[in-house]
Design a protein around this ligand. Structure first.
Ligand code: MEV
Length: 430
């Protein structure tokens, strides 16, 4: 695609937006967009995914515009119920374009499988025995998934940790490091750990208790940076010049960097964007959430996942680094038609490319929140969409939704009781 900037997208109808998408992205045809007209999943397909299915649950699917990731224009699908998130990310991606967009990298897609080895007479001796058999253990683990192996994945390393301050006394944790390529990797890693367990028991005389993947995927990291030219940050309508917005954002970041109470909210703002794309692509957002927050606490004190500062020319520079265990093959990513449409829309060919887009979205979302908080406050941007939701909740439909919402925004009172009053007055022609 040539550009992720589509003018006036916001003001178009849903049908017009769909045809704009099909126009913008050459390999995308109207049938590719079809899963989003229905939500994508049939009850029959859902019945094969989880237990006791009685139906489906929908979320809005919006498109974030303006993203350039590693020089590539990309339209990003967000599945999310919260107003302002899609608009915030799109607007910040527009500001970042002036600095070349987002520059993202990923490590190899290495996941960690954990095996808890208990009932040992001598943990140090057991540890060394495992290392003596490392090559043969890795060879066994490597054979577990021939498909992964064919695509260049497989067992990479084995690490042995002694835990000596636990409530049951000393035990060992064996970490199996596994390259899962384009999969999320939980299945491959869990299977490999289960396969290795009897061998490790035979080598050490102990007992493997738990065998499970770790969601602290700190070997599978996505990193991104973006530079926002300082003049792009000016908000003339609010009389904020670029320098003061930049310094306000940096001071807001300092708050999150130093205070876990603020860091939790700051990181939640990052996850607004991250989760929206993770969900749209059928990935496991609980795994991503768990990894993100554990990583944010890796120093022993919970802190910000992002950083904000300035470069030698005074431009704003943001960075974000976090685990990103997402896949594009297997699981819901493969069976959910809307997830497949999302992957196709972004034109990603590897899980790492998807991770690079997601971490870029996280940084954009963080900037949207900090810029609003450091200037006009968060409520103004939230107000009009929130007002529409309140108007609908008060019973407004059709044109009345916009009218009731607009009146509440003017009055700066967005409450259901006021929406009901305005609706009543409008309906009775007063
Ligand atoms: C709301 O969903 C997210 C924010 O609270 C994030 C933040 O405070 O940085 C606005």
């Amino acid at each position: 695609m040539t550009t992720s900037r589509i003018s006036n997208f916001y003001n178009k109808t849903i049908a017009e937006r769909r045809s704009k998408l099909a126009e913008a992205i050459a390999p995308l045809s109207p049938p590719d967009l079809a899963p989003w007209t229905t939500g994508g999943l049939s009850p029959e397909a859902a019945d094969h995914m989880i237990e006791n299915v009685i139906g489906l649950h929908s979320l809005p699917l919006g498109i974030a515009l303006n993203f350039i990731v590693n020089g590539r224009e990309v339209l990003v699908p967000f599945a999310i119920e919260e107003p302002s998130v899609v608009a915030g990310a799109s607007f910040m991606a527009k500001l970042a374009r002036a600095g070349g967009g987002f520059f993202a990298t990923t490590t190899d897609p290495l996941m960690i499988g954990q095996m808890q080895l208990i009932n040992l007479i001598n943990v140090e001796e057991a540890k060394l025995k495992i290392y003596e058999h490392k090559a043969e253990l890795l060879a066994i683990a490597d054979e577990i998934d021939p498909i992964l192996k064919k695509f260049g994945g497989g067992a990479r390393d084995l690490e042995v940790r002694v835990i000596d301050d636990s409530p049951i006394g000393a035990f060992i944790v064996v970490h199996l490091i596994y390259d899962v390529r384009d999969a999320m990797g939980a299945n491959a890693v869990n299977t490999a750990c289960e396969k290795l367990a009897p061998q490790i028991e035979a080598i050490t005389g102990g007992k493997i208790h738990l065998k499970i993947l770790s969601n602290l995927a700190d070997r599978r990291i996505a990193r991104v940076r973006a530079t926002i030219p300082v003049n792009e940050l000016a908000m003339s309508a609010d009389a904020f010049d670029g320098e003061s917005v930049r310094d306000g954002i940096i001071a807001a970041y300092a708050f999150a960097a130093s205070d876990p109470y603020r860091a939790a909210t700051h990181n939640k703002g990052i996850m607004n964007g991250v989760d929206a794309v993770v969900i749209a692509t059928g990935n496991d957002w609980r795994a991503i959430e768990a990894g993100a927050h554990a990583y944010a606490a890796r120093s022993g004190r919970y802190t910000s996942l992002s950083t904000w500062g300035k470069d030698k020319d005074g431009n704003l520079v943001g960075t974000l680094e976090m685990p990103m265990a997402v896949g594009i093959v297997g699981g819901a990513t493969k069976v959910h038609p809307a997830a497949q449409a999302a992957v196709k829309l972004m034109g990603v060919k590897t899980a790492n490319e998807l991770a690079q887009i997601i971490v870029s979205v996280g940084l954009a979302q963080n900037l949207a929140a900090l810029r609003a908080l450091a200037t006009e406050g968060i409520q103004r941007g939230h107000m009009s969409l929130h007002a529409r939701q309140v108007a609908i909740a008060a019973g407004a439909s059709g044109d009345l939704i916009e009218k009731v919402a607009a009146q509440m925004v003017v009055e700066k009172v967005v409450r259901i009781d006021r929406a009901e009053e305005i609706l009543k007055a409008l309906e009775s022609g007063k």
